[in-house]
Design a protein around this ligand. Sequence first.
Ligand code: ADE
Length: 245
Amino acid sequence: MPTAILSALPQEQSGLLAQLQQPQHLQHAGRSVWRGTLHGQSVVLALSGIGKVAAATTATALIERFGVARIVFTGVAGGVGTGVQVGDVVVAQDYVQHDMDASPLFARWELPGYGRQRLACDAALSALLLEAARACVSSAEGHFGLKYQAGHPRVHYGLVASGDRFVASAHEAHRLRTALLTGGHEVLAVEMEGAAVAQVCHDYGLPFAAVRTISDRADDSAHIDFPQFVRTVASRYAERIVQDL
Ligand code: ADE
C-alpha cells in the first residue's frame, strides 16, 4: 500500500514531483494526484489545497480511493515558538486546532467527541522525519545557499497548531503562543491543514506525520516572508526530508 505525501501548495510539492518515477497523473474530487515511485517506494503525491476542510477531504479521498497506508504532510508553517526561526524545520509531535471552540459545552480547544485537545502524530514515522530533517540541516547544503540565519537551521519537535487563518500579526502569534502554553508545551508553529489530516488519520487508524519548514514568523511581515520563502526553498527541503521514509 502506498504512502501519501501531501502538500498544500504546488511550490511545496514541486521538488518531490521532479523526482517521481513512473508518474501517473489523476484528477479526483478536484484534486491533482500523482501516483509513482520515489526512492523505490510506492507513493501518492497530492495537493490538499489550503485550510482544514480542503485537507480533510483530500486525506479522506487518498484513504478511500487510493488505499494509502499512511500520510505524511510536508510544507511550510509560521514559527510562533520561542527560537523557531525562518529556515528551521519543525516535525510535529502532536496537533491542536487553535480555532476549535465549542465552549462552554466542551473545554476550549477540545475536539468534541474525542475527549481531548490534541491528537498525537505517529511516533515511528515522526522519528524517521526527525532523523532525515537533522541530516538535511546539518549537511553543507543546509541553507540551500540562502542566508536566513547566522548558523545552521535548527530542527524542533513538538506541538503544532492548525486553523483556518493565516496568522500575520505579532500580537496574534503571541496570543497563540501564550494561550496554548498548557502543561509546559509551547506551540512551535502554526499552519492551516495538519490537524485536520491528523483527525482523519485518527478516525481511520492510519499513521500520520508532518514536517514543516518555517517560512515566516506569523508576524507583521509574514505576508511578505511567506511567498518569498515558498518560491525559493520550500520544496527543496521536502525532497531531501522524505527520501528515507
Ligand atoms: N503557513 C505558513 N505561514 C503561515 C502563517 N503565518 N499562518 C498560517 N499558516 C501558515
